[in-house]
Ligand binder design. Structure first.
Ligand code: GDP
Length: 303
């Protein structure tokens, strides 16, 4: 672009290449907003959420004064970050504080993990267990998916790998009874954290939700955390909605964020059930979990 060569300034690329104005008008940013909305939609962000973000970015940008060419890029980034944060930052549980508190009171923190098979639920539970073992706590895992063939063996294998006790019954046993025994074990052994795996069969949805509710009646988990697969986009959003309606979800963990180049599911789920995303799964190893920050989402959208 000739003008920028003449000015000799560093030129922002792509979307943000246009002449400097003093004050940003709606017309100036039409193209930017259009491209941004496209990027959001291509990134699996639900239409309704994308529109909300675009409107918020527009409100933020129009009328702002530009001093340098790069300002538009920077202002847009800031506006986007704010719009995304507004959606994603909702009050939620602080796991670290709750575990600390459990240690003090002697009453274990009980977390029930819900989600559909294959999303990475057992891997995620193991990651959380591993994290708290390393932080000096003693979690115990309840193998309450007694339905799926191989589920008990799979979670037992993980438990052994990360060095935590697993409470298990036979296949087909009452999931609530397994959870109950795990809580009793934790109380007796002064363990601070009970991580309850649950079934995630999709084909018999009603029974599944009844099963979750029974676990809730019997052990009264402090938290229900929904585990969703970031790669499944709108399916994950629908699953989150269903589990939230049935058992009341307190927080979200999104898996396979390493493989998901877009991440729109994160925004949509957070928006739809209005619960915080607590962690992202970013790989198959036990250490591959990170706290969620809205900046991550901005990176996904703006690249
Ligand atoms: P479950 O059926 O929900 O318990 O699912 P699993 O925990 O068995 O995970 C299903 C597959 O997804 C396994 O191959 C895991 O290694 C993989 N997986 C789980 N979490 C992640 C993640 O954050 N990133 C990647 N790349 N793979 C994951």
């Amino acid at each position: 672009d000739k003008e920028s060569e003449k000015e000799g300034e560093e030129e922002p690329s792509g979307l943000f290449t246009f002449a400097t104005h003093k004050t940003i008008s709606e017309k100036d940013i039409d193209d930017i907003l259009f491209e941004l909305e496209l990027a959001l939609l291509e990134g699996d962000v639900a239409m309704e959420v994308a529109e909300q973000i675009i409107n918020s970015v527009k409100e933020d940008l129009v009328g702002r004064k530009l001093k340098r060419r790069g300002d538009v890029a920077q202002f847009t980034r800031e506006a986007l970050k704010k719009a995304i944060s507004d959606i994603l930052v909702v009050d939620g549980p602080n796991l670290n504080e709750l575990v600390q508190q459990a240690k003090k009171t002697g009453e274990p923190l009980k977390i029930m993990f819900v989600g559909v098979n294959g999303t990475g639920k057992t891997t995620t539970i193991s990651k959380i267990a591993d994290h708290y073992v390393k932080a000096g706590y003693t979690p115990v895992i309840a193998a309450s998916d007694t339905f799926r063939a191989g589920a008990i063996e799979q979670i037992s294998h993980h438990a052994e790998n990360v060095g935590v006790k697993i409470i298990r019954h036979q296949k087909g046993a009452d999931p609530a009874a397994v959870a109950y025994d795990a809580v009793e074990h934790a109380r007796a052994q002064n363990k601070e954290l009970v991580l309850i795996d649950t079934a995630g069969r999709m084909q018999t949805n009603v029974n599944l939700m009844d099963e979750m509710k029974k676990i809730q009646r019997v052990v009264k988990p402090d938290l229900a955390i929904f585990v969703g697969d970031a790669l499944t986009g709108n399916d994950a959003v629908e699953q989150a909605r269903k589990f939230d309606e049935a058992v009341g979800v307190d927080g979200i963990i999104l898996t396979k964020a390493d493989a998901d180049a877009k991440g729109g599911a994160a925004l949509s789920i957070g928006h739809v059930i209005n619960k915080p995303i607590l962690f992202l799964g970013v790989g198959q190893g036990y250490g591959d979990i990170m706290e969620f920050h809205p900046e991550w989402m901005v990176e996904q959208v703006l690249g």
